[in-house]
Design a protein around this ligand. Sequence first.
Ligand SMILES: O=C(O)c1ccccc1NCC(=O)[C@H](O)[C@H](O)COP(=O)(O)O
Length: 223
Amino acid sequence: MSLLVKICGLSTRETLETALDAGADMVGFVFFPPSPRHVSLELGRDLGRQVKRRALKVALTVDADDATLDNIMDALSPDILQLHGKESVARLRDIKQRFGRPVMKAVPVATAADLAVLPGYAEVADRILFDARAPKDATRPGGLGAAFDWHLLENLELKLPYMVSGGLDAHNVAEAVRVTRAGGVDVSSGVESASGVKDPVMIKAFICAARATQDASQELSVR
Ligand SMILES: O=C(O)c1ccccc1NCC(=O)[C@H](O)[C@H](O)COP(=O)(O)O
């Protein structure tokens, strides 16, 4: 199974095209106004049309209500709903039933105790995104460019696919994959020249570095 690469927080046609051309498997759009990467429904509709099924469209929300999700579904028609707030297992079940899309639940990680929520989410979510737990005074629950201790996932046994995120960049993504054995990687800050400003060169470098981890593991497996 090849490594899934997600570029999150895309908000311009140019950088979206760069991510698609470079082979991103998932492109994430943030619908959370306090974020520097927030996209309006109109922009989300426009960027969504540009994807043209070249990658999976991921709508990222934080504790969004049904009306908000309805509007996002209409504008973007996302392939995956990424829930990055305090959504309960029951809320996940409700969202899946109501909107009929796969759900990726973000799980904030700071200590091993944070993994206690996994059994409940694993019953409903389609995928887990491990991210660094945001500081208490943070203005948003993710996209902060901070890594967590990947060794907390070293012995993880999870029956559903998971991605690792939080402070990744072209230089550390290989180590993150090696330690966590994640089937996917997700990045936002690590491909930006400034907060919310995606950098095409950094996007290409990240995807290249992520793909190289596959080549390395395939070489090992054929030896
Ligand atoms: O990216 C944001 O601004 C954001 C805002 C609110 C909730 C989640 C957010 N991002 C979630 C993501 O999926 C990020 O890619 C993930 O947290 C990793 O971000 P980074 O550490 O900046 O690479």
